[in-house]
Design a protein around this ligand. Structure first.
Ligand SMILES: [Zn+2]
Length: 1004
């Protein structure tokens, strides 16, 4: 379900994040204000258990633990819902998108607990914290509870969001064997479990690679970093209310006095001679002077002292992260007073009347004779709520370590409730071992064991996006192809004899474990099914649109395809290239049937869009990321081809969730080969929506090499702002990957040589990566967006030129660098008419992008990075449309034939126009309702009345018949209210509202 409202000016970020909830167009005056920039450290480390004052409350709603994620899209994650609090366990990449898709509100999260500090569990945290602060304006930020080294990653986030304060209210890393958490609602014992893994967590090559990165420190001010507030992706989408203040953090305490002295000297003389000669002369001008000419910062940049971990510290962090997990054992506190016992009241001498009522409500009363009677004297004891445990067991060593912690099982068995539950974050393979049977025995009888294995669950949770993809496939089978989505989820089996009365469940996302009685008085859990999207239904919906047949571009595809060529690849694979595999039978481009891809060259260049939205992920558009591949593509039937002799790829930005998007495009089976092909990465700037997915991609790439016996894969070359390197130093223990970095300042012009101080191994790696991609030259022109922002221009061996703007205002440097580009991919965050916004936030409008393309003489323009609240296709005059295409997530473009995309535009436009949405959905929906999709029984709904209303409404809309694309609304039972459209401007009036969700499809 996606809300696509009008083009009327609204808050990009709020609308984008809230997706369906914010169907309403939000007037300007309601823009969330950027939080005051407070002159204080980013976070305070606290040694006390986090707790908020507990107010009196009654638990009117049903409480439950819900598996909120745990598929190929996200890491393992769970929520505990009570009527006024949400406790979240783990925040993997994609958690925001998942919660948005399934109507789970992050706003009321009070505490986030982590089972591990691995990227799979924490990768979505920075984005989520930013969103909670900006979109939800959470006044009481969350408390974070984690194993050691979450702080290492958080420290690194200062490289792009250091000016933020109060992103969380408390932070605690647990190192004691057992700790306690009690906030009056939830009581838990937290066990720290250390696995004893004898192998080093970092390959020696990674350690030496880290040590060899000294040149990066040499190249830029190593200690005192100028990091502006405009480094923050949200900041460029919102007006600033206060200027940034200077923040100076203390150097690390473990530094020697000598180091500190050295730093001070460097701070005083940031550009003091490093002895660089001519090579140094060729390096770009200092950042400060570049900013003056290109993009004066709107605020004085705060000062920040960051000292990244050493290689040794990274190794220690990697081992700690791999080996340490937190296990949780606890239960919710039952706030309901027990039943009023008349006998006891009489025995206590309480006269019938108002005093009984007071006692029944849980209040003390004083009798006439002065005696005080407490509620517990006259009330029956309450039933204990079901207790639960959450264990995270990723490895054999972790399994053995957990089994050895007898206190954990003692604590679990000692709890009084009768129907305990255990949630296992583990793998199918481990769950089937004999050792795991031992673990299950330890928990004792009568336990429901709920298994969550993200790797085992290939089911995509991005339902709306999948629907849109199928619909677009009808129009462009090849550009919108993606790997087939499995229609069934394999059951997890545990082939052991279980203790008495135990059961095992393989939980899909949204599975609910009840922690208080359901409305029907039962405690049995709710199996939930994500709707399986039916490709046929989606296609039928599109084909049924009037005039659609006529507009389909298929006939044109063949007509415009160039003649087949069997020319050998223009470059050879570097001698040192790692073994790559062809994972499909097709080793050449021929034999793809009637598909237009039959004409592709073996080393064809294809651009795959992973995300085409800005700021925060939405259901239909993930945040920015592209993969430019050579010799890799997906056929219209979803089959991936990897031409092993020439396969190479390059990432152009990599926002959170990019890896999941890659997997959706190429399929889990082919992902390793695609990742092994990765040679180059370009990160345009340090906004969180452009780089937070890189750590996961690099980690998976390393695993993909390890899977074929390569422990020392060739390094990925990352060309990025200096600060990315700094951030990656703080997350090196999570990616454990070898990468070499080039400051994008050094590659601003294609004719520049790398500075002399760049070590030979880096230059070699760069040369190999360039050759692998078939590149003759690479340039990263400075663009006008935020501090240290760069576009990209690639010159291929055959003279082909590709350009990517990054985020930017139209700027001469980009136009000059990309002259005559064959394809220009340009951001178009704002629609025309919002020039003021575009100028203020240093973004481009649709017309800006078209103008740049014209000035550049680009043969073809592809627009991307759309504000998440806009319709899928911006308004553009017919003439411009001849050379312009529009980016969609999971769209692939054969670069040489990019022009063919324009043939699809009328049909896509028609589709969005014809599938006219309902007008608006109520914004905010602040009733604290627990809303989840697919709840089989609806018991968790606090408001049965509302549910009934929704049913009627769903019927009226005609989508109550079930089936792949239309089950959601009924199951969700969500509130929908029409709201008046704000007045549209002249331009916007011309734009039709569009939506692509089930309702639209039905409406058609
Ligand atoms: Zn940006």
């Amino acid at each position: 379900m996606q809300a696509i409202s009008t083009w009327t000016r609204a808050c990009a970020s709020a609308c984008a994040f809230a997706g369906p909830r914010f169907r309403a167009v939000i007037p300007l005056k309601r823009l969330p204000k950027t939080r005051a920039l407070i002159d204080a450290p980013l976070h305070s480390l606290s040694s006390t258990t986090a707790s908020r004052p507990s107010s009196t409350f009654t638990m009117s709603a049903v409480s439950y633990l819900q598996i909120v994620a745990g598929s190929c899209d996200t890491g393992p994650s769970a929520f505990i819902f009570t009527d006024d609090r949400r406790y979240l366990f783990n925040t993997g990449e994609g958690i925001q998108r998942f919660c948005m898709e399934h109507k789970i509100r992050l706003k009321q999260v009070t505490d986030i607990f982590f089972t591990k500090s691995s990227w799979e569990c924490i990768g979505g945290l920075p984005g989520m914290l930013l969103t909670m602060q900006d979109m939800y304006q959470v006044s009481h930020p969350v408390a974070l509870h984690a194993p050691p080294h979450l702080s290492t990653m958080l420290e690194g986030t200062k490289t792009f969001m250091q000016h933020r304060s109060s992103l969380y209210r408390e932070f605690r890393e647990y190192t004691d064997p057992v700790s306690e958490f009690d906030d009056g609602r939830l009581r838990m014992k937290i066990f720290t479990i250390h696995a004893r893994d004898q192998t080093p967590a970092l390959h020696p090559h990674v350690i030496s690679a880290l040590k060899q990165q000294k040149y990066m420190e040499q190249a830029a001010p190593p200690v005192s970093q100028n990091i502006g507030a405009e480094f923050d992706h949200h900041a460029t989408h919102e007006p600033h209310t206060l200027p940034a203040k200077k923040v100076r953090l203390q150097p690390k305490q473990d530094q020697s006095p000598g180091q500190q002295q050295q730093q001070q000297q460097q701070q005083q003389q940031p550009s003091a001679g490093n002895g660089h000669d001519a090579a140094r002369q060729r390096t770009p001008s200092p950042i400060s002077s570049r900013l003056e000419s290109a993009s004066p910062p709107p605020h004085p940049a705060p000062q920040l002292t960051l000292v990244p971990p050493t290689a040794e510290e990274t190794l220690a962090a990697a081992e700690s992260t791999r080996d340490t997990a937190l296990a949780y054992v606890g239960s919710l506190v039952n706030p309901r007073p027990g039943k009023f016992n008349v006998q006891k009241a009489k025995a206590a001498g309480v006269p019938k009347g108002p005093l009984w009522g007071q006692l029944g409500k849980g209040n003390e009363v004083t009798l006439d004779d002065g005696r005080v009677v407490k509620p517990e004297d006259v009330l029956d004891p309450v039933d204990p709520l079901p207790h639960f445990a959450i264990v995270h067991i990723p490895t054999r060593a972790a399994l053995e370590a957990t089994i050895a912690r007898s206190e954990l099982f003692d604590a679990f068995r000692a709890m009084p409730s009768s129907m305990p539950k255990v949630v296992h974050f583990t793998s199918q393979a481990l769950a089937q071992t004999d050792a795991y049977a031992q673990l299950l025995q330890q928990f004792g009888p009568n336990v429901t064991h709920v298994f969550v294995d993200p790797q085992h669950n290939p089911h995509a949770t991005t339902i709306s996006s999948t629907k849109l993809q199928y619909m677009l496939q009808t129009i462009g089978p090849t550009p919108f192809a993606m790997a087939p989505v499995p229609s069934t989820v394999p059951e997890l089996t545990v082939p052991h004899a279980l203790p008495d009365n135990c059961s095992v469940v393989s939980a899909q996302p949204l599975y609910r474990v009840f922690l208080s009685k359901r409305r029907d008085g039962l405690l049995t859990d709710a199996t939930t099914c994500l709707p399986i999207v039916s490709p046929e239904e989606c296609r039928e919906t599109v084909m049924a649109l009037p005039d659609m047949q006529r507009l389909l571009p298929q006939q044109n595809e063949h007509a415009q395809a160039p003649p087949p060529t069997t020319a050998p690849p223009t470059t050879t694979t570097p001698a040192k290239a790692p073994p790559t595999t062809t994972t499909t039978a097709t080793a050449t481009a021929s034999g793809t049937g009637g598909d237009s891809l039959a004409a592709l060259r073996p080393d064809e260049r294809v651009l795959h869009f992973m995300g085409t939205g800005s700021a925060v992920p939405s259901q239909l558009r993930n945040v920015t990321g592209m993969l430019l591949t050579r010799g890799i593509w997906v056929d219209s039937d979803g089959a991936t081809t990897v031409n092993k002799d020439v396969a190479a790829s390059m990432l152009l930005d990599c926002g959170e969730g990019s890896l999941s998007q890659l997997q959706r495009k190429f399929g889990a089976e082919h992902m390793p080969a695609v990742l092994r092909s990765l040679r180059l990465v370009h990160i345009s700037h340090m906004h969180a929506d452009h780089h937070l997915g890189l750590t996961r991609v690099l980690a998976r790439r390393r695993e993909a090499f390890a899977a074929v016996g390569v422990d020392d894969p060739p390094p990925v070359v990352v060309v990025a702002p200096h600060f990315l390197w700094l951030f990656m130093r703080y997350t090196a223990h999570l990616s454990c990957a070898t990468a070499v970095f080039l400051d994008a300042r050094w590659t601003r012009f294609a004719h520049w040589q790398l500075p002399r101080f760049v070590p030979p191994h880096v230059k070699d790696a760069y040369a190999r990566a360039m050759a692998g991609m078939g590149l003759r030259a690479l340039a990263t022109p400075a663009v006008k967006h935020c501090f240290a922002a760069y576009g990209l221009v690639l010159d291929f061996d055959d003279g082909y030129r590709f350009a990517w703007s990054g985020d930017t205002r139209p700027c001469k440097s980009m136009v000059g660098a990309g002259k005559g580009a064959d394809v220009l991919v340009h951001e178009a965050t704002f629609e025309d008419g919002l020039e003021d916004q575009a100028v203020q936030k240093n973004h481009s409008t649709t017309s800006d992008a078209v103008t740049v393309a014209q000035q550049m003489g680009a043969k073809m323009l592809i627009l991307t990075h759309f504000s998440q609240r806009y319709p899928q296709i911006p308004v553009l005059d017919a003439k411009s449309r001849e050379h312009t295409a529009f980016g969609f997530d999971l769209m692939s473009v054969v670069l040489r034939r990019a022009k063919e995309l324009t043939a699809m535009t009328p049909a896509i436009d028609h589709m969005f126009t014809a599938l006219k949405p309902e007008e608006e959905e109520e914004e905010g929906d602040d009733d604290g309702d627990i809303e989840t999709i697919g709840g089989a029984d609806g018991n968790a709904k606090g408001k049965g009345e509302k549910k009934g209303k929704d049913k009627v409404k769903a019927k009226v809309k005609g989508n109550g018949k079930g089936g792949g694309v239309k089950v959601d609304d009924v199951a969700r039972g969500r509130k929908q209210q029409k709201q008046k459209q704000p007045k549209e401007s002249k331009q916007t009036a011309a734009v039709k509202e569009v939506r692509t969700d089930a309702d639209q499809q039905q409406a058609s």
